[in-house]
Design a protein around this ligand. Structure first.
Ligand code: HGY
Ligand code: MN
Ligand code: MN
Length: 421
């Protein structure tokens, strides 16, 4: 196979950043980037991305969980397919690059293949997942899990903070009904590749534009409801109080202490709610979120037990009730060695120096393919290691180098496929 013309990193970077800037304008919050799963802005982002996929010669469809799928056929009917993608949904007040970079870069690669009239020995399926962040509903990675053949109908009954169920949101989004994972049974997928921003400080600290991922940390998520006794702020003596917020604060600090004292564990309380709180009322009811992660699933499970015990102790001592609900977890996931090697070789050919291998503290759609489809991931340098923030930034030059590396990886896979078949 004569290789198609490889676009220059500069050309790739320019085209990708222009589209990321366009997607950044699609939001449900003026002046910020907020595109929660199955929201009106997510729908507008899907519509615009569909147009780009069509321009790149792909056919498109939306699956039952809101994943936008673009297909670029291989040279022969029945050829296997390579999955490339990331997510279009965002956190609130997000940055321009998280998720969208991997979707736009994948489309850009297909566009260059199409322009050069090249068909590879495998098709390329571009996946724009719509539920990676898990901000609106409890469970996350629902789209990528379905592509990996996992679907739990219970997620359809999860409700957002306005009481809207995922089932209703999917229907209003225009998704077909059904089990999205069924579409993917018996698929002949070579692997899944994801290009993503690092969202951490390592590459910048070592002055590297990109890195290749070795593994993705496992995560447990949930919430804790603390119920004490509401009371008058002025008349209730301290010794008689059953203050839900003071108890929750002690629990939060205990959880932080467990993570600080355990190498390889991180824990975050990102949300704290005091329903009906008032300046002159002792809080009777408090809820806080919980997210803890580790590359070791054993360590993470042990940490879960220690957190549970700490919360119970504090609840007893403060005469409050605490209900810990750990409703979601994703196990740690190792990237495929063969894909990692191909990506590393492609990276070194692109940047002309040894490439940095690193693990991912952030969760990604790629982890859904653990034990089902080989997956590889590549990171682009993040300025100040910042992400989930409007100042999230990766340079056009770095993005171009990473996209050129991804393009090289796809071609290397095509050559390997030709040699093996
Ligand atoms: O939470 C995460 O790690 C990912 O950014 N959604
Ligand atoms: Mn992401
Ligand atoms: Mn994210």
């Amino acid at each position: 196979m004569s290789p198609p013309r490889a676009p220059s990193p500069a050309e790739l970077g320019r085209a990708i950043v222009a589209r990321l800037d366009e997607l950044a304008q699609i939001s449900d919050e003026p002046g910020k980037i907020t595109r929660l799963t199955l929201s009106p802005s997510h729908r507008r982002a899907v519509d615009r991305t569909t147009e780009w996929m069509h321009e790149a010669g792909m056919t498109t469809r939306l699956d039952a969980l809101g994943t936008l799928i673009g297909e670029y056929p291989g040279a022969s009917a029945g050829a296997p397919h390579l999955l490339i993608g990331s997510h279009l949904d965002s956190v609130r007040d997000a940055g321009r690059f998280d998720g969208t970079l991997g979707v736009v870069a994948a489309i850009e690669i297909v566009r260059h293949l199409q322009q050069s009239g090249k068909r590879l020995p495998f098709g390329i399926t571009v996946l724009a997942f719509g539920d990676e962040e898990g901000v609106r509903f409890l469970s996350t990675l629902t789209g990528s899990r379905a592509v990996a053949g996992q679907f739990d109908p219970k997620i359809l009954d999860e409700r957002d903070e306005d009481g809207i169920s995922r089932r209703e949101a999917l229907r209003d989004f225009g998704c077909p009904e059904g089990d999205a994972s069924a579409d993917w049974q018996g698929q002949n997928a070579l692997g899944f590749l994801e290009l993503h921003i690092e969202q951490g400080p390592v590459l910048e600290a070592e002055n590297r534009p990109l890195g290749v991922v070795t593994a993705i940390q496992g995560v447990t998520r949930g919430s804790c409801r603390v119920t004490g006794k509401a009371g008058h702020a002025g008349t209730t003596p301290m010794v008689l109080r059953q203050d839900a917020l003071a108890a929750a604060s002690a629990m939060i600090l205990a959880i932080e202490g467990i993570a600080r004292d355990t190498t390889g564990l991180v824990a975050t309380i990102g949300q704290l709610r005091v329903p009906g709180g008032a300046v002159n009322t002792i809080p009777g009811h408090v809820e806080f979120s919980l997210d803890f992660r580790s590359e070791s699933d054993t360590l993470r499970h042990e940490a879960g037990l220690r957190i549970q015990a700490a919360i119970a102790d504090i609840a007893r001592n403060r005469r409050v009730e605490a209900k810990l609900y750990l409703g979601y977890e994703a196990p740690a996931a190792q990237c495929d060695g063969g894909l990692r090697q191909l990506m590393a070789e492609a990276a070194e050919a692109t940047i002309d120096k040894p490439v940095r291998l690193l693990s991912s503290g952030a969760g990604h759609d790629a982890m859904s393919f653990r034990g089902r489809i080989p997956f590889g991931m590549m990171f682009v340098r993040s300025r100040d290691g910042l992400s989930h923030h409007p100042d999230e930034f990766s340079s056009e030059a770095d993005i171009g180098l990473a996209a050129a590396t991804l393009f090289r990886t796809v071609l290397a896979l095509a050559e390997r496929h030709d040699e093996l078949n």
